[in-house]
Design a protein around this ligand. Structure first.
Ligand code: THU
Length: 135
């Protein structure tokens, strides 16, 4: 699984987003250390604050499959330019990998970072915090 295919998976799932309020469709595809791919899209709600981002949706899907070590996440939106994950999603992703590759595509443009660049100092208050480990 290369990044091109991971981006294709994110693009495909972005089309399933439930985004009637913002019109901003987001798809995320997580590549796990074992090679499996776990996708998610944003799920908006009439009570706006209940919206779930695509990235956290993908994490929840992977965890439900028993997968918690990741190499990369691809994000595709229907916006004009690539966006990084929101702050909340950065923290959630950091729970599982600080050296995660984050690639984002929109409007024919692409950006790439590591999660450590996007969130250099995640909250890691509890002694059992597993972020950055690859078990
Ligand atoms: N959204 C995501 O899915 N991921 C992010 O990292 C930021 C924002 C969604 C939430 C909402 O449905 C829409 O994009 C507009 O904020």
């Amino acid at each position: 699984m290369d990044l091109e295919r991971l981006i294709d998976e994110a693009r495909a799932v972005s089309e399933k987003a439930h985004a009637p309020y913002s019109g901003f469709q987001v798809g995320a595809a997580l590549l796990a250390e074992d090679g499996s791919v776990h996708v998610g899209c944003n799920v908006e709600n009439a009570s706006y604050g209940l919206t779930v981002c695509a990235e956290r949706s993908a994490v929840a899907s992977a965890i439900a499959q028993g997968v918690k070590s990741f190499r990369a996440v691809a994000i595709v939106t229907n916006g004009e330019r690539p966006v990084g994950p929101c702050g909340a999603c950065r923290q959630v992703l950091a729970e599982f990998a600080s050296d995660l590759i984050v690639v984002s595509e929109a409007g024919g443009l692409r950006k790439q970072w590591t999660l450590g660049e996007l969130l250099p100092s995640p909250f890691e208050g509890l002694p059992e915090w597993p972020g950055g480990q690859h078990d």
